[in-house]
Ligand binder design. Structure first.
Ligand code: ADP
Ligand code: MG
Length: 250
């Protein structure tokens, strides 16, 4: 579903990602862990081209993300081409990013109606199903400012799912939450994983990663240092730096 090959990115002279290779198969749940500043967010943003990468490639299905190839040359894709791929990758950020002037329901139906041209009735029907699924059926007409952080994040997940994405990207979805609200968001994500959604999740929730991920990727200094099944990474990692990181956070 997603194939990242020798991905590299710099901000000016600062090299942020180097030689990243990562394959994501349908139904994979990949947890990305690593210290602050290791390039986790930048990697997620390169996957959906919110950030431009300058080396290597990201392929989503058969398609190159962000660029168009012709006659052995690569040029930047148009905004329209990139948006078409982006619409199939749901993204959930640390800070919810809901539209404050819209109700929960309006937040969820906006993308399908505006971007995909879904009929309003159908968008509303689907949104109601998704809000019920994340436990927010009774919040449909409430504005995000009236919701708790956990409810806002569940609304953000429903909004991303409304686009019927093939892949979901999460960037520390519980990091901004009060501790007592983390569980409800992780539960929604766990259910999504159980339904077979393909997910790439940057997280500091190690027990969640251990339970839910099919694969764990440890990043440091803009590189993938080690990856493997959670049973291996969390109990017997090969790399000393992985061990040192886990010793600090577990
Ligand atoms: P992580 O998510 O693992 O904490 P990031 O991907 O946010 O790491 O950042 C990786 C590195 O790239 C850091 O050194 C950060 O300071 C730098 N960086 C991130 N975004 C930018 C930007 N827009 N401009 C310049 N440097 C950036
Ligand atoms: Mg980050």
């Amino acid at each position: 579903m997603l194939r990242i090959t020798n991905l590299g990115k710099s901000y000016g002279s600062a090299r942020v990602l180097s030689g990243i290779d990562l394959d994501v198969q349908p139904h994979d749940v990949v947890a990305i862990i690593g210290p602050s500043g290791s390039g986790k967010s930048t990697l997620l943003k390169c996957i959906n081209f919110l950030e431009r990468y300058d080396e290597g490639e990201v392929r989503f299905g058969d398609e190159l993300v962000g660029y168009v190839e012709a006659n052995g040359q690569r040029r930047l894709a148009t905004e329209r081409q990139t948006n078409r791929l982006r619409a199939e990758m749901g993204m959930v950020f640390q800070n919810f990013n809901l539209f404050p002037h819209m109700t929960t329901l309006q937040n969820v139906i906006e993308g399908p109606i505006q971007v995909k041209g879904v009929a309003r009735d159908e968008a509303v029907r689907h949104a109601e199903q998704l809000l019920a699924k994340v436990g927010l059926a009774d919040k449909r007409d409430v504005r995000p400012t009236k919701l708790s952080g956990g409810q806002q994040q569940r609304a953000a997940i429903a909004r991303a799912l409304a686009m019927r994405p093939r892949l979901m990207l999460f960037d520390e979805p519980t990091s901004a939450l009060d501790p007592e609200l983390v569980g409800e968001v992780l539960t929604a994500m766990r259910e999504l994983a159980a339904e077979g959604m393909t997910m790439v999740i940057v997280t500091h929730e190690m027990s969640f990663a251990r339970d839910v991920a099919s694969r764990v990727v440890f990043m440091e200094g803009g590189r993938i240092v080690e990856e493997g099944p959670p049973g291996k990474i969390f109990t017997n990692p090969d790399n000393a730096r992985t061990r040192a990181f886990l010793a600090r956070v577990l």
